[in-house]
Write a protein that binds this ligand. Structure first.
Ligand code: SF4
Ligand SMILES: [Zn+2]
Length: 122
């Protein structure tokens, strides 16, 4: 066991929408009985890429005692494209564009780096 940063999911707030599953490159999150769960703590590196995409603010990062992050196992997880992840503006997917999570008017969206400057500069 080590003390390190790791994802914490608030079950009270989680609606089980599943939006946080695909953004986790390590496959550490799954929906079980209608709630998001960190299924394998050794796969969660605590980077928190899933935080921004949760519409309910149910995900946070905390420091706690847990199993050490297993980089080798995390990198070996099968990677698959999720077609639900695409730029809200132009529709580009993750296979062809770099996508970033975005919050706007209580919505969790994705934006590609090509469309982001238009949002910044108007
Ligand atoms: S994105 Fe948030 S509300 Fe949706 S399943 Fe994940 S933790 Fe739950
Ligand atoms: Zn775009």
């Amino acid at each position: 066991m080590v003390k390190r940063m790791i994802v914490k999911i608030d079950e009270e707030k989680c609606t089980g929408c599943g939006k946080c599953v695909a953004p986790c490159a390590e496959g550490a999150i799954q929906i079980i009985n209608g709630k998001a769960k960190v299924v394998s703590e050794e796969l969660c590196d605590g980077m928190g890429f899933c935080l921004g995409i949760c519409p309910e603010g149910a995900i946070s990062i905390e420091e706690r005692h847990t199993i050490e992050f297993n980089r080798e196992k995390a990198e070996a997880q099968p990677k698959k494209e999720d077609i639900s992840i695409h730029c809200f503006s132009c529709g580009a997917g993750e296979n062809t564009h770099y996508l970033l999570p975005l919050k706007h008017k209580m919505q969790s969206l994705w934006v590609c780096t090509r469309c982001l400057p238009k949002l910044i500069h108007g």
